[in-house]
Design a protein around this ligand. Structure first.
Ligand SMILES: NC(=O)c1ccc[n+]([C@@H]2O[C@H](COP(=O)([O-])OP(=O)(O)OC[C@H]3O[C@@H](n4cnc5c(N)ncnc54)[C@H](O)[C@@H]3O)[C@@H](O)[C@H]2O)c1
Length: 401
């Protein structure tokens, strides 16, 4: 939540968030507005903006349901699908999605196209903050494109590092990595975040771009280490969770050892592939991590097949979101699990308390109708699960409760 501030230190600014209807942009926009800035969300998703204007959060974000109505009545919160209002701003923050394409290469052309539009509505003296995760070198290139247009715009790169769903608490708790193509860009962007109460760490633009990719690739590889050990233990009839507990308990050097589980979601794999692409496709650890993490659903099904005749059975998948207590199905490995199961068993039932999908069933129905279940996401609701039927739990979540 926004921290308390002394009015004398605060300079309200007009800030536009391009992509401000999304998972990164919207919490940031709400936070900035609640802090006292005048905020304009620019987003091409008209339906999403309609929901926001009606006070409905388009996705689950802790604390946002209470904050959104406050912002809507503040007089400092505006929503538009159009770019022209960018000219009236002091600061423009870009939070659009930056996916990789079907060849696992970053889709830089889309970013270029959107930024081309943004620049054509900017004026001298503005600060442009790139908050999306970008391919290294993109920020400096943007700085050169701006110079080519003879514009005096200060370009900064400040990557977002929050855990999705927890932005409102993490925005000021985490240090902000701040970089700029000009000293003034670094200084102004740093000031914006310091004013919010965050610590600021200054880097060069390429260092900040790599810092973000290193963070996500490290986490992705870290999960792969645990997933590889999980599969290894499983093949030798050993219980990974018992080993995990034994080697992490009161042993400081293993505290960074991740739990096994599905490493899905919109960022970790994508950013590991961006880093590989940046390094001329040489990121052996990252590429192996992809094979391991993406292979986990198949491994779980093969293990089940070794002891059961799945062709006659109904298998339930508990949780379709990419992580626990989250309503986001993007790149969730539960969907890959469903696909594998569809080919292997008589029927697949999916359930998720946070995602509405006509094909999903209630938790009660899933438990009643399934012969065996696989945990796909560690939602808190499953802590109360009481069933005598087997549940495959790669996360070790149910036994911890
Ligand atoms: N989701 C996370 O947890 C997370 C964490 C850190 C960093 N990031 C990075 O932040 C960026 C955004 O991710 P996200 O999860 O918020 O994506 P998202 O898809 O939820 O949000 C992107 C928003 O941009 C809008 N948009 C697309 N094209 C546009 C355009 N031309 N003009 C205006 N708006 C446009 C979309 O409608 C959408 O609302 C990505 O680079 C991602 O890697 C995400």
């Amino acid at each position: 939540m926004p921290s308390s501030r002394s009015p004398s230190q605060f300079t309200p600014q007009r800030i536009a968030v391009v992509g401000g209807g999304g998972h990164i942009g919207l919490p940031l926009a709400l936070f900035l507005c609640d802090f006292g800035h005048d905020v304009t969300i620019v987003d091409t998703n008209a339906q999403g903006l309609e929901n926001i204007a009606a006070g409905r959060m388009p996705f689950h974000e802790h604390g946002a349901d209470e904050l959104l109505p406050k912002c809507l009545t503040s007089g400092r919160f505006h929503l538009t699908t159009q770019l022209p209002p960018l000219r009236e701003q002091d600061v423009i923050i870009v939070t659009i999605g930056t996916p990789v394409d079907e060849y696992l290469d970053p889709n830089v052309r889309t970013f270029d196209r959107v930024l081309g539009g943004v620049l054509s509505h900017m004026r001298d003296g503005q600060l442009l903050v790139i908050r999306s995760t970008v391919f290294p070198g993109v920020t400096e290139r943007l700085g050169r494109q701006i110079a080519d247009r003879s514009l005096n715009i200060h370009v900064s790169y400040c990557p977002e590092r929050i855990a999705q769903g927890h932005a409102l608490t993490e925005l000021t708790k985490l240090p902000q990595l701040v970089s700029g193509c000009t000293p003034e860009a670094t200084q102004r962007a740093g000031e914006l975040f310091r004013e919010l109460g965050a610590d600021v760490i200054e880097l060069s633009t390429v260092e900040a771009e790599l810092a973000k990719l290193f963070t996500n690739s490290f986490r992705y590889i870290n999960f792969a280490v645990s997933n590889q050990f999980y599969m290894l233990a499983g093949r030798h009839n050993a219980d990974f969770d018992r080993i995990y507990d034994a080697i992490t308990r009161d042993y400081p050097r293993m505290q960074g050892f991740a739990r096994a589980g599905f490493a899905g979601g919109p960022c970790l794999l994508k950013d590991t592939m961006q880093l590989a692409s940046f390094n001329h496709n040489l990121l052996t650890l990252g590429q192996h991590a992809m094979m391991i993490n993406e292979g986990l659903p198949r491994f779980l099904v093969d293990q089940l097949k070794s002891t059961r005749n799945l062709q006659n059975e109904t298998v339930g998948v508990l949780g379709m979101a990419f992580k626990g207590n989250c309503d986001d199905p993007r790149s969730s490995l539960s969907y890959k699990l469903r696909k594998v199961l569809t080919l292997e068993c008589r029927r697949v039932l999916c359930t998720d308390p946070y995602i509405s999908d006509q094909e999903f069933v209630s938790l009660e129905e899933c438990v009643a109708q399934s012969d065996v279940m696989i945990l796909g996401a560690c939602h808190s609701e499953y802590r109360e699960l009481r069933t005598t039927k087997p549940v495959v739990d790669v996360f070790g979540f149910l036994s911890r409760n």
